[in-house]
Design a binder for this molecule. Sequence first.
Ligand code: 13P
Ligand code: SF4
Length: 321
Amino acid sequence: MFATALPRTADPNALPRDLFGAIADLKRDMNAVILAHYYQEADIQDLADYLGDSLGLSQQAAQTDADVILFAGVHFMAETAKILNPHKQVLLPDIDAGCSLADSCPAEGFAAFKAQHPNALVVSYINCTAEIKALSDVICTSSNAVSIVNQLPSDRPIIFAPDRNLGRYVADQTGRDLILWDGSCMVHEIFSEKKLVQLKVQHPQATVLAHPECEPPVLRHADYIGSTTALLKHAKGSDRDTFIVATEPGIIHQMQKAAPEKRYIPAPPTTNCACNECPHMRLNTVEKIYLALKNRTPEVTLPPDTCQAALKPIQRMLEMS
Ligand code: 13P
Ligand code: SF4
């Protein structure tokens, strides 16, 4: 008796020997572009066609002539790319790559909050869902939030959502009395002021770089505050040689590439965990990027009316930037 040979079915999750070569082939065949945020692991940063902060990434998404956008970032970033390109396929390597900040602002609760301030303009940080964008007048990122708020009429109240820390920082910088939604980022609120001060004592010459999503006690110790791109530029251009970096440590990979002779020390979290790494961003892997391109899934889709309503405030931001 001979066993009957069963027909072979290709394993959709099989990985090639040359993962990076296979990704390059798929990208070319599909006319795909890979956009990646600085908080991705180093290998992903290195294979991206464009790497940037949230503003740079949305500008790239608005300009691309690729047919497929693979977003190595989190869900709200892929949604923004989809809103800007409703007819293109937008892939997210891990569909569970969310954002604690976006989750801290549910649409129903925010609509009720907005209804309490009927005369207010709504400025929403890009780290929010498409539904929140659709309820907003203008979107901002950490690199243009101050400039956008400064451009708004001085006689109108302003709601700023969802990040209370960025909101407080913008209120300080602009002198505007912002109505803040009480949201925050789990990564940026984990830094310990006490450990940061201890680190400064050990490295008195170090420059402290901080993202404005950090809480006020940490921002008070910062020598320079800015978006990820701004922090990178500052580290590169500075004549100092040691930096304490209070943001997700993925950015340190680019700092080391830009100025390898300098020293970069991640700001310590309150506990001994690696919880200053964004658990959402870090769900993406090179393997998942390959599989997402090959299988054209997970795809980010949105209802057309949400897409249309969310497009206006994003376009307004791009015009004002
Ligand atoms: P930027 O890259 O725009 O500074 O944003 C940081 C961030 O938290 C992204 O999730
Ligand atoms: Fe969201 Fe914070 Fe992660 Fe950025 S770092 S994606 S704001 S949880």
